[in-house]
Ligand binder design. Structure first.
Ligand SMILES: Nc1nc2c(ncn2[C@@H]2O[C@H](COP(=O)(O)OP(=O)(O)O)[C@@H](O)[C@H]2O)c(=O)[nH]1
Ligand SMILES: [Mg+2]
Length: 196
């Protein structure tokens, strides 16, 4: 039976959120940029031999319109936080976006989040090491992509689906043997989204 997963695309403006989504869903790329475009996309993908019916919410140019972002955060189970390796300012904004998502999902032990460094087909101003260390600090998976050449686009979305699955299983079996503390299900403390 197919599973349903909703994914939110977050990140500053012009980093490639729409391009990654459109490349993933329709195998196309456009040089055109409409910063206000806001939409959701539906697709079915086979990931690790299991079909996932995905709804992908693409956030637009309303970086500061937090009520709108809040609604999308609530509707999403997994998240891609995207920055551009050509734009150090976008890298600097990741932490704020991450904490916004985490605080909206405060009741959850873990949140499936993948940090995505996009536009690796052009000259870099943010290194792989910077990306990896930020992902480690935030407790997220890390992927480097190009929405233009399709490098790692499938993999980035597959990674968040795998995180959603892992965390669903962990939440359904709170007292599994891998859990070091049997009383942990009742603890309401905030945890990082993924222990590396
Ligand atoms: N070279 C290159 N350009 C990209 C890439 N991803 C997006 N772009 C371009 O960057 C601009 C902004 O992309 P868009 O997807 O609209 O960004 P958004 O505001 O985050 O949704 C557009 O002109 C895209 O064509 C990429 O991986 N490589
Ligand atoms: Mg967009």
């Amino acid at each position: 039976m197919a599973e349903s997963i909703s994914i939110g695309m977050f990140g500053p403006v012009a980093v490639g959120k729409t391009s990654l989504t459109v490349q993933y869903v329709s195998n196309t790329f456009s040089e055109m940029h409409d910063p206000t475009l806001e939409d959701y996309f539906e697709t079915s993908k086979n990931i690790d031999n299991k079909v996932s019916k995905m709804t992908i919410y693409d956030t637009g140019g309303q970086e500061l319109a937090y009520t709108l972002l809040n609604d999308t955060i609530k509707d999403s189970e997994g998240f891609l936080i995207v920055y551009s390796v050509t734009d150090p300012e976008s890298y600097e904004k990741v932490k704020g976006i991450h904490s916004k998502i985490k605080s909206s999902k405060e009741g959850l032990k873990e949140v499936p989040i993948v940090l995505v460094a996009n536009k690796i087909d052009i000259t870099r101003m943010v290194s792989t090491e910077q990306g990896q260390s930020l992902a480690k600090e935030l407790g997220c998976k890390y992927m480097e992509t190009s929405a233009k050449t399709r490098v790692n686009v499938e993999q980035a979305f597959a990674e968040v689906v795998k995180e959603v699955r892992r965390i669903r299983i962990a939440a359904a079996a709170p007292s599994s043997p891998s859990s070091p503390n049997p009383s942990s299900p009742s603890s309401k403390g905030k945890k990082s989204c993924k222990q590396q």
